[in-house]
Design a protein around this ligand. Structure first.
Ligand SMILES: Cc1cc2nc3c(=O)[nH]c(=O)nc-3n(C[C@H](O)[C@H](O)[C@H](O)COP(=O)(O)OP(=O)(O)OC[C@H]3O[C@@H](n4cnc5c(N)ncnc54)[C@H](O)[C@@H]3O)c2cc1C
Length: 260
């Protein structure tokens, strides 16, 4: 079973601040971590490998320093790591990111692709499903339990607003996972030592056979106009009660304010 886990290196958002004058993120001195959801995706990949055998490869698209995230994943037990890094990838929006990652998956070949449900910095939750579309394979989002893995199919529980769905899919499939799925393991000392020396493969656009027009800023249909910290509004009200009572109270409140 070939398992690919997509991990993103993100700033530890507990410490991220926005410069109010330039409206840009203050990244200086902010530590980087593996996107927390992706550590759950990696744990799922490792558990599938332990159940049915196979190989776990972690991939990331990012600047050269994203290698640190890959080494951390190797120390947790991943077998192989691939860094997609090149100036041509800079400025990628979710569309260009998904295209680039999908090209790498095509190159490596995979039965199961695992992603986090979302990245804690970009927060769009688009990359997993978009990759599946590029690869023309099914995807199942918000996985909270993997019930069964067979050579050609998988059965999972997908988290819903109230309860969960049981979904079965053929392979290859792309899954995005939530934190309820598992408890990520800690790296072992042996794993850390091996990860330090491990070779991290690197690929650029030519290695992927990627169309340069689809990469980076050039290939990104989304344009960021502005980033700003939302204004803190002092006038707020918490609505208590069951969801139904809260809706009733919200409607009363909107009527009182003559909004409806
Ligand atoms: C016009 C524009 C320009 C941008 N320029 C830059 C830039 O120069 N530098 C920059 O860092 N960001 C840039 N971004 C942000 C970048 O597009 C997103 O961070 C990226 O596409 C992932 O989206 P997300 O963070 O919302 O991930 P989500 O869709 O929320 O992530 C879901 C999952 O997808 C996987 N995933 C996401 N990103 C990666 C990745 N890079 N590698 C491996 N797996 C991944 C992970 O498993 C993650 O849990 C730009 C965005 C826009 C719109």
């Amino acid at each position: 079973m070939n398992i690919i886990v997509c991990i993103k290196q993100v700033p530890d958002t507990a410490e991220v601040r926005i410069n109010p004058e330039t409206n840009t993120l203050i990244r200086d001195g902010v530590p980087s971590i593996i996107n927390p959801y992706d550590t759950h995706a990696l744990e799922a990949g490792l558990q599938i490998k332990e159940r049915v055998g196979g190989k776990v490869t972690v991939i990331t698209m990012g600047p050269p320093q994203a290698e640190t995230a890959l080494r951390e994943a190797l120390s947790m037990g991943a077998d192989d790591a691939l860094l997609l890094t090149d100036k041509a990838f800079a400025g990628s929006d979710t569309w260009a990111t998904s295209y680039t990652l999908a090209k790498a998956v095509e190159k490596l070949g995979a039965d199961i692709i695992l992603c986090g449900k979302q990245a804690i910095d970009g927060d769009t939750a688009q990359v997993g499903p978009e990759m599946a579309e590029f690869l023309n394979i099914p995807h199942i989002a918000y996985i909270r339990k993997i019930e069964e893995v067979k050579a050609d199919s998988i059965r999972v529980q997908r988290l819903m607003d109230e309860g969960y769905d049981i979904v079965e899919s053929s392979l290859p499939v792309l899954l995005t996972v939530v934190k309820e799925l598992n408890e990520p393991r800690l790296p072992s000392l042996k794993g850390k030592m091996a990860a330090k020396k491990a070779e991290i493969k690197k690929m650029g656009p030519a290695d992927l056979g990627a169309d340069e027009n689809n990469l980076g800023l050039k290939g990104s249909p989304t344009q960021v106009k502005n980033i700003f910290a939302p204004e803190a509004k002092k006038d707020r009200k918490m609505l208590e009660g069951t969801p139904e009572q809260q809706v009733d109270r919200l409607i009363q409140e909107l009527r009182r304010l003559k909004c409806v």
